[in-house]
Write a protein that binds this ligand. Structure first.
Ligand code: TXA
Ligand code: MG
Length: 307
């Protein structure tokens, strides 16, 4: 589980040569490519199976790189970055011409940037120097990986290196905030809560989580196992399992931890474990709290359940 300096240098060299490196972050594992290399990005999109017009998040080693990759960065972006980076927050800002390849942003004038809070990710980004484009290291539309083993089983030999940093600490993806408009807007719930954002911004942020922002993590059906997912109140799991079995379905139930942070950490692994060939339906309980990380769990369960 420990990553050596030699492995980090080797992985940075693979990125420089246009290769793909999966690496741990505090949220989920990312599939990294040089954000300034269109050929590397082309391969990233092919391996990921992702439509070309869907932008990826750029990962950088420090907040100082925000000004290098973006322009017209508003004060609120600096405030949020100072408070939350390294950490599970992605800021959508205006991209600086010539510094970010078109292919990384789906041709958009904006780019999502974050500094991940994981020593292996930070060492890799530091050794590489530039921005690393990294979507979650799973095939498009499927459940995100929270361990190196998940990455290997999803991507096999399509990825050049997999750095193992242990199980992800947060377990769901970063919160995304768009700061390119008159007021900041939440595009995806995640590791930074809306209450934290409100405290930092001095106001409640509005949410825009579906509709015109045609981007993968915001599609209604995403983060989805092969089996159908049914989400119920925690107290209704057993009765739901029984009635589905009565109707002849093969059912697995998610044994969710009561603590919401633990549930978030375990969520994708539990969904993956339950999603076997001999299961038709997965019954998943709602989290005990719909605040904070509980809101992100509720959001992911809803998307896993819709198809
Ligand atoms: O926690 C995370 O954010 C993980 C780890 C690896 O850092 N990454 C991740 O990336 O979840 P991905 O590609 O699976 O999700 C990228 C999301 C998309 O849902 C899209 O909505 C948003 O980022 N995004 C990226 N750039 C954007 C932009 N310019 N405008 C709007 N949304 C953007
Ligand atoms: Mg993803």
């Amino acid at each position: 589980m420990t990553t050596t300096d030699v492995e980090i240098e080797d992985a940075a060299a693979v990125l420089r040569a246009g290769g793909l490196v999966a690496f741990p972050t505090e949220t989920v594992y990312g599939l990294g490519a040089d954000a300034a290399n269109p050929n590397a990005l082309d391969r990233l999109y092919r391996v990921k199976g992702r439509p070309k017009d869907h932008p990826v998040i750029l990962h950088v080693a420090s907040a100082a790189q925000l000004e290098e990759l973006a322009e017209d960065v508003p004060d609120i972006a600096h405030t949020l970055a100072r408070a939350c980076w390294p950490g599970p927050l992605t800021l959508v800002v205006r991209r600086r011409a010539g510094r970010v390849a078109d292919a990384a942003t789906g041709g958009r004038p904006t780019v999502g940037i974050r500094v991940p809070d994981h020593p292996v990710a930070l060492a890799l980004l530091d050794a590489f120097g530039g921005g690393v484009a990294a979507p979650s290291a799973n095939r498009f539309g499927k459940v995100s990986p929270t361990t190196a083993a998940h990455v290997r089983s999803d991507l096999g030999s399509d990825v050049d290196r997999v750095l193992d940093g242990g199980p992800a600490r947060v377990g769901v993806e970063s919160t995304i905030v768009d700061v390119t408009g008159a007021a900041p807007v939440v595009l995806r719930l995640g590791g930074v809560s809306e209450a934290q954002l409100a405290a930092l911004a001095g106001r409640t942020l509005s949410r825009l989580m579906h509709g015109e922002v045609a981007a993968p993590g915001t599609l209604p059906s995403h983060y989805a196992p092969n089996a159908r997912v049914v989400v119920v109140e925690a107290g209704a799991v057993d009765v739901t399992v029984a009635s589905l079995r009565d109707s002849g379905q093969r059912v697995a139930a998610i044994a969710a931890p009561a603590d919401a942070e633990e549930y978030a950490r375990a969520l994708y692994g539990l969904l993956r474990d339950a999603d076997t060939d001999d299961v038709d339906v997965i019954v998943a309980p709602e989290p005990s709290s719909t605040d904070g990380i509980g809101a992100a769990i509720t959001d992911r369960l809803r998307r896993a359940a819709s198809r």
